[in-house]
Design a protein around this ligand. Structure first.
Ligand SMILES: Cc1cc2nc3c(=O)[nH]c(=O)nc-3n(C[C@H](O)[C@H](O)[C@H](O)COP(=O)(O)OP(=O)(O)OC[C@H]3O[C@@H](n4cnc5c(N)ncnc54)[C@H](O)[C@@H]3O)c2cc1C
Ligand SMILES: *[C@@H]1O[C@H](CO)[C@@H](O)[C@H](O)[C@H]1NC(C)=O
Ligand SMILES: *[C@@H]1O[C@H](CO)[C@@H](O)[C@H](O)[C@H]1NC(C)=O
Ligand SMILES: *[C@@H]1O[C@H](CO)[C@@H](O)[C@H](O)[C@H]1NC(C)=O
Length: 251
């Protein structure tokens, strides 16, 4: 006899991707006649900042160097607005976005891929010099500077930490379960099922989603698989200003 709890779906990792997977899975399977049992397993506390998905802002934008990314943007804006509608909580703030670079750093090289990709996807943008940028956004004192700027009106930011909490909460309200401070330490195949061993109990599932970010190879090793991942620490910087009002989202 196995004392393992059985789930139809288990999602390992409840960061940005895992919490979204929990939400959409519980939403899609909740419409079927027999509701699925869904479990999310997270090694740390929900909202921890050891992963990639915390903080109050992640840029959402069409401005990418590759059409593959640009194609993802409309769907992501649509699905965020569905989550906002269901929760009543505002998650996306549209601000428009500006990139700018000094002209001594050949902007052909930097913006070339961007303009090619945006043109291919029929996304409108503006290129301007420092004077024009300063005229439209007086916050940037670029009038005397030899720069090129790219502006695209649909960019904005997502409140990432809040968005993850909303995904998790809506999933829970549909019956999904989430175990925090629970690390998956082994996965073994048994017929069509996968046995999942954790620091906080043993589970079984027929369908598994790994949403484990930079830890993915630690889990894939149980399937004798590895993918090429190079983990780097990324630094977000916020600049202080004596003119707070000039940098509010509606400016
Ligand atoms: C500083 C920074 C800035 C960024 N800026 C942007 C931006 O502006 N716009 C944008 O679109 N993207 C941005 N990104 C990328 C985006 O944030 C990430 O792609 C996204 O957050 C990845 O989410 P994830 O769920 O895959 O990873 P994570 O949030 O890292 O989640 C993985 C989860 O798996 C859990 N886990 C791992 N192993 C186990 C285990 N054995 N058992 C249980 N749980 C486990 C971890 O604890 C973690 O919670 C940025 C990323 C960083 C780091
Ligand atoms: C971050 O990870 C370390 C161990 O790697 C752990 O001790 C710590 O509790 C984690 N932080 C949070 C907020 O969970
Ligand atoms: C471009 O000019 C800026 C500002 O004068 C300078 O800091 C930077 O080092 C220059 N870059 C190159 C590649 O010359
Ligand atoms: C995983 O479980 C299997 C089956 O019980 C066992 O043979 C194996 O040693 C375990 N691996 C780890 C890393 O615990």
């Amino acid at each position: 006899m196995s004392s393992r709890m059985e789930y139809d779906f288990i999602i390992i990792g409840v960061g940005g991707i895992g919490s979204a997977a929990l939400y959409w899975l519980s939403r899609l399977t909740g419409q079927s006649a027999t509701k699925s049992k869904i479990l999310g397993i997270e090694q740390f506390k929900l909202g921890h900042d050891n992963g990639s998905s915390q903080d109050i802002s992640r840029i959402i934008r069409y401005m990418y160097h590759d059409p593959a990314y640009i194609k993802l943007a409309p769907g992501s804006l649509e699905t965020w607005s569905e989550v906002e509608e269901e929760s009543g909580i505002k998650l996306v703030t549209k601000t428009g976005g500006v990139f700018f670079i000094p002209n001594n750093e050949s902007h052909e090289d930097v913006f070339g891929e961007y303009t090619k990709s945006l043109d291919a996807e029929n996304i409108k943008y503006n290129l301007m010099d420092g004077i024009e940028l300063n005229r439209r956004f007086p916050q940037f004192n670029t009038a005397e500077k030899d720069i090129t700027a790219m502006y695209q009106k649909d960019a904005g930011f997502v409140n990432a930490g809040l968005a993850n909490a909303v995904h998790a909460q809506l999933a829970r309200s549909r019956g999904a379960e989430i175990l925090e401070n629970t690390k998956v330490v082994n996965i073994t195949k048994r017929g069509n099922l996968l046995d999942i061993d954790t620091t906080n109990g043993q589970f079984t599932t027929g369908k598994l989603i790994l949403a484990t970010g930079c830890w993915t190879n630690d889990l894939l090793k149980f399937f004798d698989l590895q993918v090429p991942i190079t983990v780097t620490q990324e630094q977000v910087s916020y600049f202080s200003t004596p003119n707070i009002r000039e940098f509010l989202p509606d400016k």
